[in-house]
Design a protein around this ligand. Structure first.
Ligand SMILES: C[S@@+](CC[C@H](N)C(=O)[O-])C[C@H]1O[C@@H](n2cnc3c(N)ncnc32)[C@H](O)[C@@H]1O
Length: 206
């Protein structure tokens, strides 16, 4: 690759990381520290998980913890995971919960520790989606567990939901692909619980 092209690619990677893939810096902390970060996506996820006081929820790629704070209103226990140091600090400060600095494919949690796993606006950054789903399955209670993954649809590429050049760094999967990934990871009953023009909600059980 030509040097100019390599520099351009490096800049896009750096920008993608700072803004969304591994957010850091003041602007990112403002964006994800907001009480309502991505709140327009919360209700379908909360509907699908139907959380209650007996639940233990893990949010994967939790960002600043806004969804966790909202989910806790159900009375459930909460925990988070993110590979951005700034986001882990924010989420810990916002929720006071256990929030781990870790990769979605190597979670520092015991098998069966959670009854629910959520993942909002992060899945399209996972290079190995089946490996991430396998980890979600491992940490879920085999009897009561359920997962809800809210991600961005291929149709959103190039729109304000997934603008270029950031969109060039995402993995946008069709509904059928998402369902197939979950089945391959070992989940049962995988299906799309919500679909609109730009977002997809995959749900499944162990
Ligand atoms: C666009 S932000 C969304 C944050 C939050 N879920 C929300 O809806 O506001 C994506 C988050 O996923 C995290 N993330 C991306 N890839 C990850 C990975 N492989 N492992 C853990 N966290 C990851 C990023 O650090 C970032 O905080």
């Amino acid at each position: 690759m030509h040097l100019v092209e390599r520099f351009r690619e490096w800049r896009i990677d750096r920008m993608t990381d700072r803004i969304a893939r591994r957010p850091r810096g003041r602007k990112a902390r403002e964006t994800y520290g907001a009480e309502d970060a991505h709140s327009f996506l919360w209700e379908p996820v909360l509907d699908a998980l139907a959380l209650g006081p007996d639940d233990r929820l893990l949010d994967v790629g939790c960002g600043g913890g806004a969804f966790l704070a909202r989910a806790r209103e159900s009375g459930c226990a909460i925990a988070g995971l993110d590979h951005s140091r700034d986001m882990v600090r924010l989420a810990r400060a916002k929720t006071g919960a256990r929030v781990e600095l870790a990769e979605a494919t190597a979670m520092p949690f015991a098998a069966g520790e959670f009854t629910a796993v959520s993942c909002l606006v992060a899945f399209f950054f996972f290079a190995d989606p089946v490996a991430a789903l396998r980890e979600m399955l491992r940490v879920l209670d085999p009897e009561r567990g359920r997962v809800a993954v809210m991600t961005t649809a291929p149709e959103a590429k190039g729109t304000r939901a997934a603008p270029y050049p950031l969109a060039s760094r995402g993995h946008f999967h069709t509904d059928d692909e998402l369902v197939a990934f979950a089945s391959e990871a070992g989940f049962r009953g995988a299906r799309m619980a919500h679909r609109d023009e730009w977002s997809q909600l995959l749900v499944a059980q162990p």
